[in-house]
Design a binder for this molecule. Structure first.
Ligand code: UTP
Length: 290
């Protein structure tokens, strides 16, 4: 079945980037001139996704406004010399894709958030793009997972090898090599304690799920951190049917961490067509003083 739908969970409280996220969603933190979630929606669209569900919570309504028209602003910019590009950028956002919103009323975990997507995805496979993981690259990771699903016929996850320190914060995959950058995943564990790791491969920000995940989520008990973990449900799916792991291409920025936000800002600014050259000159001068 063609993959047409994507789900972006964006209801988390963002406690690692407080106080910036006290009243503003971490998904709206800017990377130079666009909020993180816009990069993620653009990735989904580039991968051929037609409909997107964003899972939001309280204090997150600003995301709905961002993907809507802003009539007063558009009227002010229309016909103003020098403002053509800004107007085009604003108009383009409202037409990016068909975007739907649903609220997760309690932040009970990523697994719980995904269960809210059931009426939207129904019996179709769907891509999940974590709302605080921006991945930059020529080939959208969502598209890399869709190709893996079309080839191997199984749910898929975007994986990368991480450090011993990071694996304990993320998840660890039991893998068998299939070909090139593709692996068969037969089990996984969320936030492994030292010694519990299957491998150093961890899921980073993207997966493609089949509808059978919902029945598993119905009986998934709270796991690490007392939250209903998507990884625990995917582990059951992997043990039952196997899943495909794709060691994806692209640079991933964790917008839920202070260092991740700064890396995304600096690296994107250096490549930015408007400010790239000036920012590089500034950084070079600054580096002399360090
Ligand atoms: P995280 O665990 O990174 O988000 O979830 P968090 O809960 O905001 O983390 P802290 O507080 O900074 O440690 C990964 C993704 O899942 C979403 C988050 O918004 C993020 O995009 N999420 C998490 C939900 O939608 N609902 C939840 O209950 C938990």
């Amino acid at each position: 079945m063609k993959v047409r739908k994507a789900v972006i969970p964006a209801a988390g409280l963002g406690t690692r980037v407080l106080p910036a996220t006290k009243a503003m969603p971490k998904e709206m933190l800017p990377i130079v001139d666009k909020p993180a979630i816009q990069y993620i929606v653009e990735e989904a669209v580039r991968a051929g996704i037609e409909e997107i569900l964003i899972i939001t919570g309280r204090n997150k309504a600003i995301m709905e406004d961002h993907f809507d028209h802003a009539y007063e602003l558009e009227a002010k910019l229309t016909g103003k010399p020098g403002k053509e590009k800004a107007l085009e950028a604003c108009l383009g956002i409202a037409d990016l894709a068909d975007i739907f919103f649903v609220r997760q009323k309690e932040t009970l975990g990523l697994g719980h958030a995904i269960s809210k997507a059931r009426p939207f995805t129904a019996d179709e496979p769907f891509v999940v793009l974590y709302g605080d993981d921006v991945i930059m690259g020529e080939d959208p990771v969502a598209g890399q997972l869709i190709r893996a699903y079309e080839e191997f016929g199984k749910a898929a996850v975007g994986i990368k090898e991480v450090s011993a320190e990071d694996i304990q914060k993320y998840s660890s995959m039991k893998v068998e090599h299939l070909r090139d950058n593709c692996y068969n995943i037969t089990d996984m564990i969320e936030k492994p304690a030292p010694g519990q790791e299957f491998s150093m491969f961890s899921i980073l920000g993207r997966c493609l799920l089949t509808p059978d995940i919902y029945e598993i989520l119905e009986h998934t008990a709270p796991g690490a951190g007392g939250e209903i973990q998507l990884t625990d449900a995917m582990a059951e799916l992997a043990r039952k049917n196997g899943m495909t792991g794709v060691d994806f291409t692209g640079i991933r920025y964790d917008m839920g961490s202070k260092l991740g936000v700064m890396k995304a800002q600096v690296e994107t600014a250096l490549k930015h067509e408007e400010i790239g050259a000036a920012f590089q000159a500034y950084l070079k001068e600054l580096a002399k003083t360090l």
